[in-house]
Design a protein around this ligand. Structure first.
Ligand code: PLP
Length: 384
């Protein structure tokens, strides 16, 4: 089976697996405990914080460990909303966001917050001027993702950050960086980002730890209350093995970013070229997008049916993001780009990483051709 679902979960580095095992066996003590073993666990968490901070060019005190980027996004949005409610009850985000951002905004909307959702253009790119035009005096936060998890488009964060801050300097800017980190440069200062979420398991780290950068001076209301862990912002005993192994993955993928980019772009471009030659497919991602995500639709054919067929042929792919793949509705992201419901139902996401080769792409191309033939026979022609 060839695995094409790196954007959902990337296989961990061998060093990450070893670190997890080693820490679980040797450093199981609670980092809050005052004995030597506890202090050693606490030292490991501190070191991990320094490593993660260095990887994105911030101060260790600005890094918060969570359970994953879903929690980081929830905390950034709801934590800022609750903390700064006296400034207003308005947020701005986009139609492209991951459910952990989108649903957090919808939850606030149900509680009386006003949310402006900005639609992207037909290529899946948000217009910075449209974001800025939505910012008001009472806008507490703007949240825009770096790379879309479904179609891989890259948002113009520099322009968005600059325009948001000139529209209202007090409005916080949150970036969901999950699909960009390890593939594209992270420029928090250039983007003027106040909050930034990162998910180690997308960059060959373990599940169970996430990161949230919180710029010095920005306050958040905690969502988890209890002990004084993470400076009181996130109560709960630290997941030391996942945190330490995450720091390893974040360092390694940050250092290997350019090399991975150079390796993936030719693979992606070859696949894009192939897909554009198949008349049944509509390609939804482009060469300006992230290097690891390719997305196409097969209008009239459900993505799940195509994905199952590809699995029979030895290819593990996704229909969109893993979190939404069980939904029967058309993709919200594709609809927001103006795609038809037929196109938005038939999406396939192929995402890859350093282990893939041109031979793998050749095998995938053959499987795609066979899948179209088989499905056409089975359905008696899907485009009718
Ligand atoms: N944001 C984006 C863009 C994602 O792709 C994902 C996961 O697919 C998340 C947030 C959530 O990350 P996690 O799996 O760490 O909760």
């Amino acid at each position: 089976m060839l695995y094409w679902d790196y954007a959902a979960a990337a296989p961990p580095y061998e060093e990450v697996v070893q670190t997890m095992e080693q820490i679980m066996k040797l450093h199981y003590a609670n980092p809050s405990s005052l004995h030597k073993a506890g202090m050693e666990a606490g030292r490991l968490v501190r070191r991990a914080r320094e490593v993660c901070a260095a990887a994105i060019g911030v101060k260790p005190e600005e890094i918060l460990f969570t359970s994953g980027a879903t929690e980081s996004n929830n905390l950034a949005i709801k934590g800022a909303a609750l903390q700064y409610e006296s400034r207003g009850r308005h947020l701005v985000t986009t139609e492209l966001e991951h459910p952990s951002v989108y649903e957090s905004c919808l939850q606030l909307q149900q509680r009386g917050w006003e949310i402006t959702f900005i639609a992207p253009d037909a290529n899946g790119i948000v217009n910075p001027a449209a974001v800025a035009a939505a910012v008001r005096k009472d806008t507490v936060l703007v949240s825009v993702m770096h790379v879309n998890n479904e179609i891989g488009t890259v948002q113009p964060l520099k322009e968005i950050g600059a325009l948001v801050k000139s529209a209202n300097p007090r409005t916080l800017f949150h970036v969901d960086g999950v699909q960009g980190f390890g593939k594209l440069p992270v420029e928090l200062n250039v983007w003027k980002a106040d909050l930034y979420s990162l998910s180690p398991h997308k960059v060959r780290g373990p599940r169970g730890a996430g990161l949230l950068y919180v710029k010095e001076g920005v306050a958040l209301a905690p969502l988890l209350t209890g002990g004084s862990h993470e400076e009181g912002l996130r109560a709960g005993t630290e997941n030391v093995p996942a945190i330490v192994a995450s720091a390893k993955a974040v360092r390694m993928s940050g250092e290997g970013r350019q090399q991975l980019y150079d390796q993936l772009v030719p693979l992606r471009d070859r696949l894009l070229h192939f897909l554009s030659g198949i008349p049944e497919f509509v390609v939804n991602s482009g060469e300006e997008g992230a290097p690891h995500i390719v997305h196409f639709s097969y209008p009239g054919m459900k993505g799940e049916v195509m994905a199952r067929k590809l699995e029979e042929l030895g290819m593990a792919v996704s229909t969109r993001s893993a979190c939404s793949s069980r939904l029967a509705e058309p993709s919200r992201v594709l609809l927001s780009m103006g795609r038809s419901a037929r196109e938005a139902l038939g999406g396939i996401r192929i995402s890859f990483g350093d282990k893939h080769t041109f031979e793998d792409i050749t095998a995938l191309e053959k499987a795609l051709i066979k899948a179209v033939q088989d499905l056409k026979i089975a359905e008696g022609g899907v485009n009718k």
